[in-house]
Design a protein around this ligand. Structure first.
Ligand SMILES: C[S@@+](CC[C@H](N)C(=O)[O-])C[C@H]1O[C@@H](n2cnc3c(N)ncnc32)[C@H](O)[C@@H]1O
Length: 225
């Protein structure tokens, strides 16, 4: 089960109770993914789902891109908020390399009645994003990046070409369980090093306004100026 770094089970349960309950299809996606074992740690937590929904509302997202779909929880959470605001015009482009994981995602999206609003593209996200920049560059409201960590810098550069001015780019796992703050781990873990280098780049990047938040395993937010 995903939970925020530093929060024990009791406080995590309190936070979950203080948020609104997930729609049943989201809950089922989370519980059935939990049952897959250790790999379920890849899934965002319900409070991160609520946060993504609020971010989508804050930028009135009608078009979103997600890099790293897995079993579909974050895309479904985002899409539910977008559909609530924009109805059938809302659309989300999902990037992933895994057919087995995303087959599960499609099942939940079907159940929620939003499958036809999600354009899932299988293949390396670098290629998919290059294509998306040609197709919808400059028009995207929100990009959520949650795939291979050494790819984040490429996804950031593509994300900056995708989003409109005022559009939001979100990166998950920027704390990497705290490893980013440990020089020894940064020296031996390419993911920790890539995430720390990216965070410093975004901090110093005058193309965006930014906030580094500690929700979940850390969510870095960058808004294109
Ligand atoms: C952390 S999981 C995403 C979790 C998802 N956002 C959720 O909340 O359930 C990362 C996903 O990125 C995908 N992935 C890894 N490398 C990729 C790449 N180069 N291009 C596209 N997807 C990739 C994996 O197949 C996996 O499904």
């Amino acid at each position: 089960m995903s939970r925020s770094i530093g929060l024990n089970a009791n406080v995590t349960a309190y936070v979950r109770g203080a948020n609104r309950a997930e729609p049943s299809v989201l809950e089922r996606c989370r519980l059935e993914t939990d049952a897959m074992g250790d790999i379920a740690r890849m899934q965002i937590s319900p409070e991160q789902g609520a946060f993504l929904q609020m971010c989508a509302r804050l930028v009135s997202a009608k078009t979103a891109v997600e890099v790293g779909v897995f079993t579909g929880y974050s895309a479904l959470a985002t899409m539910l908020a977008m559909r609530d605001m924009h109805g059938p015009e809302a659309r989300l482009f999902g990037c992933d390399i895994s057919e087995p994981y995303t087959d599960k995602a499609r099942g939940y999206w079907d159940e929620a009645g939003i499958a036809d609003q999600i354009d899932l593209r299988l293949g390396d996200a670098r290629d998919t994003l290059t294509n998306l920049v040609s197709e919808i560059g400059g028009t995207v409201d929100m990009v959520f990046i949650d795939a291979d960590k050494t790819g984040y810098d490429d996804y950031y550069e593509a994300g900056l070409k995708l989003v409109r001015s005022g559009g939001l780019i979100l990166f998950d796992n920027v704390l990497w369980s705290g490893s980013v703050a440990d020089p020894a781990k940064r020296a031996t873990d390419p993911d920790a090093e890539a995430l720390a280098v990216l965070a410093a780049k975004v901090r110093d990047d005058d193309r965006v306004d930014m906030a580094f938040t500690t929700l979940g395993d850390g969510i870095l937010m960058a808004m294109r100026r």
